[in-house]
Design a protein around this ligand. Structure first.
Ligand SMILES: Cc1cc2nc3c(=O)[nH]c(=O)nc-3n(C[C@H](O)[C@H](O)[C@H](O)COP(=O)(O)O)c2cc1C
Length: 161
């Protein structure tokens, strides 16, 4: 089974998790990025910070057609306890997603806030079924156990076969 792995990442943490899922399970990596006011403001400050780097990759949120996929994985950084605008706009524009299972993940400093419940509500309005939800703090990412559980969840749907 080929999963679509859709995510946004500004400083690389969510990208690294998405890449690990892709390495273990295959499928297509689709990185999105939006240029809403908060995102542009954030990128402006990161670009001026000597120890932080902003990723330039990512296509603008658009109508991604999921009819060729049996499983969808969606990942976002947590911004002020919520999913980013980029991923919310992307979910709103998804097509061919009705009835598809989706596994959600969020990366954060330490507190994911309402990110996963908000994402769950948004994918459900698109007719998708939530098949897994994972939040990964910096500590949990370093530990690796939650990433292994996330990958096992994707592989449980036949990802990587
Ligand atoms: C604007 C902004 C708001 C954030 N808000 C939160 C937050 O509410 N809770 C939290 O634990 N981390 C928060 N963080 C930290 C990020 O969620 C965390 O560093 C994330 O893994 C970054 O992902 P990325 O490198 O893929 O962009 C915030 C970061 C930014 C830039």
């Amino acid at each position: 089974m080929k999963p679509a792995i859709i995510y946004t990442s500004y400083t690389g943490t969510t990208h690294a998790v998405a890449q690990k899922i892709h390495d273990a399970c295959g499928g297509d990596l689709i990185e999105v990025k939006s240029w809403d006011l908060l995102s542009r403001l954030f990128m402006y400050f990161v670009r001026r910070s000597p120890d932080m780097q902003v990723r330039d990759d990512g296509v603008p949120p658009m109508a991604i057609d999921l009819s060729g996929y049996d499983l969808v994985v969606i990942g976002t950084p947590v911004w002020m306890g919520k999913p980013t605008m980029a991923i919310q706009k992307t979910i709103a524009a998804l097509t061919g997603c009705n009835g598809k299972p989706v596994i959600l993940f969020a990366t954060c400093g330490e507190d994911p806030g309402t990110t996963l419940p908000v994402l769950s509500g948004e994918v459900k309005t698109k007719g998708m079924t939530v098949a897994g939800r994972f939040s990964l703090s910096q500590k949990e990412i370093a530990d690796g156990a939650v990433i292994r559980d996330l990958i096992a969840n994707v592989q449980g749907f036949g990802g990587g076969q």
